[in-house]
Design a binder for this molecule. Sequence first.
Ligand code: ZN
Length: 273
Amino acid sequence: MKKLLAVAGLGLAAVAGAWAQTPDDYPANYAQAPRFRALAYYSADAEPAHVEFAEQAIDYLWHLSWGEGFILDRATSLEGMTADSLAQYSVVVDINALPSSAAERKLFEDYMENGGGWVGFHAAGYNDESTAWPWFNTFLGAGRFFCNTWPPQPALMTVDIAGHDVTRNLPAEFVAPECEWYQWRPSAADNPDVDVLCSLSPKNLPIGIKDVVTGGEFPVVWTNRRYRMIYLNIGHGDREFTDPTQNLLFVNALRWVVSRDPSGNPFEKRGAE
Ligand code: ZN
């Protein structure tokens, strides 16, 4: 890896010289600034399909961090962390589980209320009566889990806000890979603080074979504008990283949350001065 990068670097230097470009008009922006930190938060003791997703998601994130683009840490609990240590992270990627202990929840609430970043997948948005964490519903912008489709299946996804940074390079509609699709009550789609970026198209209805959903709101990707967060109801099983459009959506979502870090946008890096 390092050797390949070194060779590529030499080639680019030669081309830049031949074109007599100055640093100001060179279009690439190589990493010359501190990297951001991301924390992958997950459970290895969850529903098997959610553990499968976690393994693949961590692998996918790790590949995104190649070339020292960012620092990826992982944790199955926030216990032992402090507000300061959690605040080092530009983003917590919540892959398949919610903070469960009172100490973890307090840390996470303080992190998010003070400008923290969150990308939540699928099971990270699941909550029911036993969750008993009202703050989380305010944060998520939706109520309790209400129902789901079964078995996991592909579905037509519609982009609801095409001009958003997360969706601007996506097609208006695309077929998302196999997932178990959730609904909540109340739905995030009815929350005035929420921007729904992608939904399952009504053309999918009725959807399911064993558990069939015939109607209702199907927001899949949304942000609660009161927080630096995005939720994607995607993340069930081992097929989620098989589609380039959906993978692009994942990268966009991560990049968008990180780009809004109150300490500065790490993607607007300046060259060494
Ligand atoms: Zn699931």
